[in-house]
Design a protein around this ligand. Structure first.
Ligand code: FES
Length: 87
């Protein structure tokens, strides 16, 4: 499990191993835009302000992944204990 921090509301939410970031956000009433939910389309890309993503999408390039500026919240997870999202 890891945590996500929502920069704008200051909320911190726990992401358990059996849920995606997008599922946790929806469960807490945060609107998320999803399409493929498989890391292919890029619809769910969200700006990552801090933390290191464990990228599971196939949309971003290697360079983009290495920058950790965006995360596909339908499938990607975290390598750091906390991800700060621009939400
Ligand atoms: Fe398509 Fe996340 S919804 S990449």
């Amino acid at each position: 499990a890891f945590e996500i921090r929502l920069q704008h509301s200051g909320r911190t939410l726990q992401v358990p191993a059996d849920m995606t970031i997008a599922q946790v956000l929806s469960a807490h009433g945060v609107d998320v835009e999803l399409s493929c939910e498989q890391g292919v389309c890029g619809t769910c890309l969200t700006s990552l302000l801090d933390g290191e993503a464990d990228h599971r999408d196939f949309f971003q390039t290697e360079e983009e992944r290495a920058e950790h500026k965006q995360i596909a919240i339908c499938c990607s997870r975290a390598r750091s204990p906390l991800l700060t999202l621009d939400l």
